[in-house]
Write a protein that binds this ligand. Structure first.
Ligand SMILES: Cc1cc2nc3c(=O)[nH]c(=O)nc-3n(C[C@H](O)[C@H](O)[C@H](O)COP(=O)(O)OP(=O)(O)OC[C@H]3O[C@@H](n4cnc5c(N)ncnc54)[C@H](O)[C@@H]3O)c2cc1C
Ligand code: FES
Length: 269
Protein backbone atom coordinates (compact mmCIF):
# COMPACT_ATOMS: atom_id res chain seq x y z
CA UNK A 1 0.00 0.00 0.00
CA UNK A 2 1.38 3.41 -0.93
CA UNK A 3 0.59 7.14 -0.97
CA UNK A 4 1.73 7.99 -4.48
CA UNK A 5 3.14 11.27 -5.76
CA UNK A 6 3.39 9.77 -9.25
CA UNK A 7 0.31 8.19 -10.83
CA UNK A 8 -0.35 4.52 -10.17
CA UNK A 9 -2.22 2.49 -12.81
CA UNK A 10 -5.82 1.65 -11.94
CA UNK A 11 -8.12 -0.29 -14.26
CA UNK A 12 -11.65 0.87 -15.06
CA UNK A 13 -13.68 -1.99 -13.57
CA UNK A 14 -17.07 -0.42 -14.17
CA UNK A 15 -18.56 2.62 -15.87
CA UNK A 16 -22.01 3.94 -15.08
CA UNK A 17 -23.58 6.73 -17.12
CA UNK A 18 -25.33 8.93 -14.53
CA UNK A 19 -26.58 11.71 -16.83
CA UNK A 20 -25.83 12.87 -20.39
CA UNK A 21 -22.51 14.43 -19.30
CA UNK A 22 -21.65 12.62 -16.06
CA UNK A 23 -20.16 9.18 -15.51
CA UNK A 24 -19.22 7.19 -12.42
CA UNK A 25 -16.04 5.14 -12.86
CA UNK A 26 -15.10 2.29 -10.55
CA UNK A 27 -11.31 2.01 -10.48
CA UNK A 28 -9.52 -1.12 -9.30
CA UNK A 29 -5.79 -1.25 -8.51
CA UNK A 30 -3.64 -3.26 -10.90
CA UNK A 31 -0.56 -3.97 -8.80
CA UNK A 32 0.20 -1.11 -6.42
CA UNK A 33 -2.61 -0.08 -4.08
CA UNK A 34 -2.93 3.48 -2.85
CA UNK A 35 -3.40 4.23 0.84
CA UNK A 36 -7.07 4.18 1.87
CA UNK A 37 -9.16 7.20 0.91
CA UNK A 38 -11.57 8.80 3.35
CA UNK A 39 -14.86 10.46 2.34
CA UNK A 40 -14.20 14.02 1.16
CA UNK A 41 -10.64 13.37 -0.03
CA UNK A 42 -9.70 13.57 -3.68
CA UNK A 43 -7.42 11.89 -6.20
CA UNK A 44 -5.51 13.38 -9.10
CA UNK A 45 -6.84 11.34 -12.04
CA UNK A 46 -4.61 11.14 -15.11
CA UNK A 47 -6.18 10.44 -18.50
CA UNK A 48 -3.14 9.07 -20.35
CA UNK A 49 -1.82 11.48 -22.95
CA UNK A 50 -4.42 14.13 -22.09
CA UNK A 51 -3.85 15.47 -18.60
CA UNK A 52 -4.60 15.27 -14.90
CA UNK A 53 -7.45 16.73 -12.81
CA UNK A 54 -8.57 16.57 -9.18
CA UNK A 55 -11.69 14.49 -8.57
CA UNK A 56 -13.23 13.63 -5.19
CA UNK A 57 -14.14 10.08 -4.25
CA UNK A 58 -17.85 9.46 -4.65
CA UNK A 59 -17.59 6.03 -3.05
CA UNK A 60 -15.06 3.64 -1.52
CA UNK A 61 -15.42 -0.15 -1.70
CA UNK A 62 -12.37 -1.85 -0.19
CA UNK A 63 -9.44 -0.91 -2.44
CA UNK A 64 -11.78 0.16 -5.27
CA UNK A 65 -12.45 3.84 -5.80
CA UNK A 66 -15.57 5.38 -7.29
CA UNK A 67 -15.26 8.76 -8.99
CA UNK A 68 -18.16 10.66 -10.53
CA UNK A 69 -16.91 12.95 -13.28
CA UNK A 70 -18.77 15.64 -15.19
CA UNK A 71 -17.37 16.31 -18.66
CA UNK A 72 -16.56 20.04 -18.81
CA UNK A 73 -13.23 20.09 -20.68
CA UNK A 74 -10.59 17.95 -22.31
CA UNK A 75 -9.42 15.91 -19.31
CA UNK A 76 -12.83 15.32 -17.74
CA UNK A 77 -14.20 14.43 -21.20
CA UNK A 78 -11.41 11.88 -21.69
CA UNK A 79 -12.14 10.36 -18.27
CA UNK A 80 -15.84 10.16 -19.08
CA UNK A 81 -15.01 8.30 -22.32
CA UNK A 82 -13.03 5.62 -20.44
CA UNK A 83 -14.47 2.13 -20.85
CA UNK A 84 -14.12 -0.96 -18.63
CA UNK A 85 -10.65 -2.40 -19.16
CA UNK A 86 -9.05 1.00 -19.86
CA UNK A 87 -6.36 2.40 -17.58
CA UNK A 88 -6.37 5.60 -15.55
CA UNK A 89 -3.44 7.04 -13.57
CA UNK A 90 -4.32 7.77 -9.96
CA UNK A 91 -2.39 9.54 -7.23
CA UNK A 92 -3.55 10.40 -3.73
CA UNK A 93 -5.29 10.31 -1.34
CA UNK A 94 -5.10 14.09 -0.98
CA UNK A 95 -6.75 16.69 1.17
CA UNK A 96 -8.99 16.72 4.19
CA UNK A 97 -11.94 14.43 4.87
CA UNK A 98 -15.51 15.18 5.85
CA UNK A 99 -16.11 14.92 9.59
CA UNK A 100 -17.83 11.66 10.45
CA UNK A 101 -21.60 11.97 10.77
CA UNK A 102 -22.31 12.25 14.51
CA UNK A 103 -23.05 9.01 16.38
CA UNK A 104 -26.20 10.73 17.60
CA UNK A 105 -27.74 13.73 15.87
CA UNK A 106 -29.30 14.75 12.60
CA UNK A 107 -27.35 14.97 9.35
CA UNK A 108 -28.19 17.53 6.69
CA UNK A 109 -26.61 17.15 3.24
CA UNK A 110 -27.07 20.05 0.82
CA UNK A 111 -25.74 19.70 -2.72
CA UNK A 112 -25.75 21.64 -5.95
CA UNK A 113 -25.25 19.66 -9.17
CA UNK A 114 -22.07 17.57 -9.27
CA UNK A 115 -21.54 18.64 -5.62
CA UNK A 116 -23.57 15.59 -4.64
CA UNK A 117 -20.67 13.35 -5.77
CA UNK A 118 -18.24 14.15 -2.90
CA UNK A 119 -21.20 13.93 -0.49
CA UNK A 120 -22.29 10.44 -1.53
CA UNK A 121 -19.91 8.70 0.93
CA UNK A 122 -21.29 10.91 3.75
CA UNK A 123 -24.79 9.71 2.87
CA UNK A 124 -23.53 6.09 2.90
CA UNK A 125 -21.95 6.64 6.34
CA UNK A 126 -25.06 8.34 7.72
CA UNK A 127 -27.26 5.51 6.42
CA UNK A 128 -24.96 2.95 8.05
CA UNK A 129 -25.59 4.41 11.50
CA UNK A 130 -27.77 2.29 13.80
CA UNK A 131 -31.50 3.05 13.63
CA UNK A 132 -32.41 5.83 16.06
CA UNK A 133 -29.07 7.67 15.75
CA UNK A 134 -30.69 10.66 14.08
CA UNK A 135 -32.39 11.79 10.92
CA UNK A 136 -30.82 12.21 7.49
CA UNK A 137 -32.01 14.85 5.03
CA UNK A 138 -30.54 15.16 1.55
CA UNK A 139 -31.39 18.35 -0.33
CA UNK A 140 -30.20 18.56 -3.93
CA UNK A 141 -30.55 21.30 -6.52
CA UNK A 142 -30.06 20.85 -10.29
CA UNK A 143 -30.48 22.93 -13.40
CA UNK A 144 -33.02 20.49 -14.83
CA UNK A 145 -34.57 17.10 -14.00
CA UNK A 146 -32.25 15.23 -16.41
CA UNK A 147 -29.23 16.40 -14.36
CA UNK A 148 -30.21 14.34 -11.31
CA UNK A 149 -27.30 12.19 -10.16
CA UNK A 150 -27.26 8.64 -8.81
CA UNK A 151 -30.67 7.47 -10.05
CA UNK A 152 -29.77 3.93 -8.90
CA UNK A 153 -29.09 5.12 -5.33
CA UNK A 154 -32.13 7.32 -4.86
CA UNK A 155 -34.66 4.54 -4.06
CA UNK A 156 -32.21 3.06 -1.51
CA UNK A 157 -31.64 6.44 0.16
CA UNK A 158 -35.37 7.21 0.22
CA UNK A 159 -36.06 4.08 2.29
CA UNK A 160 -34.18 5.55 5.28
CA UNK A 161 -33.73 9.24 4.53
CA UNK A 162 -35.60 12.29 3.35
CA UNK A 163 -34.47 13.21 -0.17
CA UNK A 164 -35.74 16.47 -1.66
CA UNK A 165 -34.82 17.65 -5.16
CA UNK A 166 -35.40 21.05 -6.72
CA UNK A 167 -34.61 22.25 -10.24
CA UNK A 168 -34.18 25.62 -11.96
CA UNK A 169 -35.88 24.63 -15.22
CA UNK A 170 -38.60 22.04 -14.60
CA UNK A 171 -39.79 21.15 -18.09
CA UNK A 172 -43.07 19.30 -18.64
CA UNK A 173 -44.13 16.72 -16.07
CA UNK A 174 -41.75 17.68 -13.25
CA UNK A 175 -43.73 17.01 -10.06
CA UNK A 176 -41.34 18.58 -7.57
CA UNK A 177 -40.21 21.98 -6.36
CA UNK A 178 -38.67 24.64 -8.60
CA UNK A 179 -36.11 27.12 -7.27
CA UNK A 180 -32.99 27.38 -5.17
CA UNK A 181 -31.89 24.53 -2.94
CA UNK A 182 -31.98 26.92 0.05
CA UNK A 183 -35.74 27.09 -0.42
CA UNK A 184 -35.91 23.41 0.61
CA UNK A 185 -34.50 24.13 4.07
CA UNK A 186 -37.94 24.85 5.54
CA UNK A 187 -39.03 21.33 4.62
CA UNK A 188 -35.83 19.62 5.83
CA UNK A 189 -36.50 16.96 8.41
CA UNK A 190 -33.72 17.90 10.83
CA UNK A 191 -33.57 19.77 14.08
CA UNK A 192 -31.23 22.74 14.02
CA UNK A 193 -30.20 22.21 17.66
CA UNK A 194 -28.80 18.75 16.85
CA UNK A 195 -27.89 18.97 13.19
CA UNK A 196 -24.53 18.66 11.43
CA UNK A 197 -24.52 20.09 7.89
CA UNK A 198 -22.41 19.02 4.89
CA UNK A 199 -22.46 21.35 1.86
CA UNK A 200 -20.98 21.06 -1.64
CA UNK A 201 -21.84 22.93 -4.81
CA UNK A 202 -21.37 26.32 -6.42
CA UNK A 203 -19.92 28.84 -3.96
CA UNK A 204 -22.93 31.22 -3.99
CA UNK A 205 -25.13 28.26 -3.08
CA UNK A 206 -22.85 27.24 -0.19
CA UNK A 207 -22.64 30.83 1.09
CA UNK A 208 -26.43 31.22 0.99
CA UNK A 209 -27.02 27.84 2.64
CA UNK A 210 -24.44 28.39 5.39
CA UNK A 211 -25.87 31.88 6.06
CA UNK A 212 -29.38 30.48 6.36
CA UNK A 213 -28.26 27.65 8.67
CA UNK A 214 -26.39 30.10 10.93
CA UNK A 215 -29.51 32.26 11.05
CA UNK A 216 -31.47 29.20 12.13
CA UNK A 217 -29.03 28.49 14.97
CA UNK A 218 -26.71 25.83 13.55
CA UNK A 219 -23.23 26.71 14.89
CA UNK A 220 -20.45 27.37 12.33
CA UNK A 221 -18.54 24.46 13.90
CA UNK A 222 -21.21 22.05 12.69
CA UNK A 223 -21.19 23.26 9.07
CA UNK A 224 -18.59 21.75 6.69
CA UNK A 225 -18.11 22.70 3.04
CA UNK A 226 -16.01 21.26 0.19
CA UNK A 227 -14.21 23.91 -1.86
CA UNK A 228 -12.57 23.89 -5.30
CA UNK A 229 -9.71 25.81 -6.85
CA UNK A 230 -7.45 24.92 -9.77
CA UNK A 231 -4.95 22.31 -8.68
CA UNK A 232 -1.65 21.06 -10.07
CA UNK A 233 0.52 19.27 -7.51
CA UNK A 234 -2.11 18.27 -4.95
CA UNK A 235 0.57 18.21 -2.27
CA UNK A 236 0.83 21.80 -0.99
CA UNK A 237 3.87 22.66 -3.12
CA UNK A 238 2.86 24.74 -6.18
CA UNK A 239 0.40 27.26 -4.69
CA UNK A 240 -2.18 26.96 -7.50
CA UNK A 241 -5.00 26.15 -5.11
CA UNK A 242 -4.56 29.10 -2.77
CA UNK A 243 -7.70 30.57 -1.24
CA UNK A 244 -6.72 33.34 1.19
CA UNK A 245 -4.63 31.66 3.89
CA UNK A 246 -5.63 28.16 2.74
CA UNK A 247 -4.00 25.81 0.26
CA UNK A 248 -7.07 23.82 -0.62
CA UNK A 249 -5.22 20.64 -1.66
CA UNK A 250 -3.74 20.49 1.85
CA UNK A 251 -6.05 22.49 4.15
CA UNK A 252 -9.16 21.50 2.15
CA UNK A 253 -11.11 20.64 0.15
CA UNK A 254 -13.26 20.04 3.23
CA UNK A 255 -13.18 23.06 5.52
CA UNK A 256 -15.29 24.06 8.51
CA UNK A 257 -17.44 27.10 7.80
CA UNK A 258 -15.55 29.21 10.36
CA UNK A 259 -12.39 28.91 8.18
CA UNK A 260 -14.18 29.16 4.83
CA UNK A 261 -16.41 32.20 5.36
CA UNK A 262 -13.84 34.98 5.03
CA UNK A 263 -11.52 33.59 2.31
CA UNK A 264 -14.51 32.79 0.10
CA UNK A 265 -14.93 36.53 -0.48
CA UNK A 266 -11.46 36.55 -2.18
CA UNK A 267 -11.80 36.14 -5.98
CA UNK A 268 -10.11 33.11 -7.61
CA UNK A 269 -6.67 33.83 -9.11
C1 LIG B 1 -10.81 19.06 -4.81
C2 LIG B 1 -11.60 18.98 -6.10
C3 LIG B 1 -12.53 17.97 -6.24
C4 LIG B 1 -13.25 17.87 -7.44
N1 LIG B 1 -14.15 16.84 -7.54
C5 LIG B 1 -14.83 16.70 -8.69
C6 LIG B 1 -15.75 15.63 -8.84
O1 LIG B 1 -15.97 14.82 -7.94
N2 LIG B 1 -16.37 15.51 -10.04
C7 LIG B 1 -16.15 16.40 -11.08
O2 LIG B 1 -16.76 16.24 -12.15
N3 LIG B 1 -15.32 17.43 -10.94
C8 LIG B 1 -14.64 17.59 -9.78
N4 LIG B 1 -13.77 18.64 -9.65
C9 LIG B 1 -13.63 19.58 -10.79
C10 LIG B 1 -12.69 19.02 -11.83
O3 LIG B 1 -11.38 18.97 -11.31
C11 LIG B 1 -12.75 19.93 -13.06
O4 LIG B 1 -13.97 19.78 -13.70
C12 LIG B 1 -11.62 19.61 -14.03
O5 LIG B 1 -10.41 20.02 -13.47
C13 LIG B 1 -11.83 20.29 -15.38
O6 LIG B 1 -10.71 19.98 -16.19
P1 LIG B 1 -10.86 19.79 -17.76
O7 LIG B 1 -9.50 19.68 -18.36
O8 LIG B 1 -11.81 18.70 -18.05
O9 LIG B 1 -11.55 21.12 -18.20
P2 LIG B 1 -10.84 22.54 -18.42
O10 LIG B 1 -10.36 22.59 -19.82
O11 LIG B 1 -9.90 22.82 -17.29
O12 LIG B 1 -12.12 23.45 -18.26
C14 LIG B 1 -13.12 23.45 -19.29
C15 LIG B 1 -14.17 24.46 -18.95
O13 LIG B 1 -14.87 24.02 -17.76
C16 LIG B 1 -14.77 25.02 -16.77
N5 LIG B 1 -14.61 24.31 -15.51
C17 LIG B 1 -13.46 23.85 -14.97
N6 LIG B 1 -13.71 23.29 -13.79
C18 LIG B 1 -15.04 23.37 -13.60
C19 LIG B 1 -15.93 22.98 -12.58
N7 LIG B 1 -15.49 22.40 -11.48
N8 LIG B 1 -17.25 23.23 -12.74
C20 LIG B 1 -17.72 23.83 -13.82
N9 LIG B 1 -16.93 24.25 -14.83
C21 LIG B 1 -15.62 24.03 -14.71
C22 LIG B 1 -13.55 25.84 -17.10
O14 LIG B 1 -13.67 27.15 -16.57
C23 LIG B 1 -13.60 25.83 -18.60
O15 LIG B 1 -14.51 26.78 -19.10
C24 LIG B 1 -13.05 18.80 -8.48
C25 LIG B 1 -12.13 19.84 -8.32
C26 LIG B 1 -11.42 19.93 -7.14
C27 LIG B 1 -10.44 21.04 -6.96
S1 FES C 1 -2.33 22.18 -5.92
FE1 FES C 1 -0.25 22.73 -5.58
S2 FES C 1 -0.31 23.70 -3.65
FE2 FES C 1 -2.32 22.94 -3.90
Amino acid sequence: MTAATTPVAYRVADRRQETADTVTLTLAPAARVLAPFRPGQFAMLYAFGVGEVPVSVSGISGDRLHHTVRAVGKVSEALCRAEPGNWVGVRGPYGTAWPSPPAEGDVLVVAGGIGLAPLRPVIDEALARPAGSGRLSVLAGYREPADQLFPADLPVWRRRAQVLVTVDRPGPGWPGPVGLVTELLDAADCRTDRCTAFLCGPEPMMRATAGELLRRGVPAGRIAVSLERNMRCGTGWCGHCQLGPLLLCRDGPVVGWARADEPLSVPER
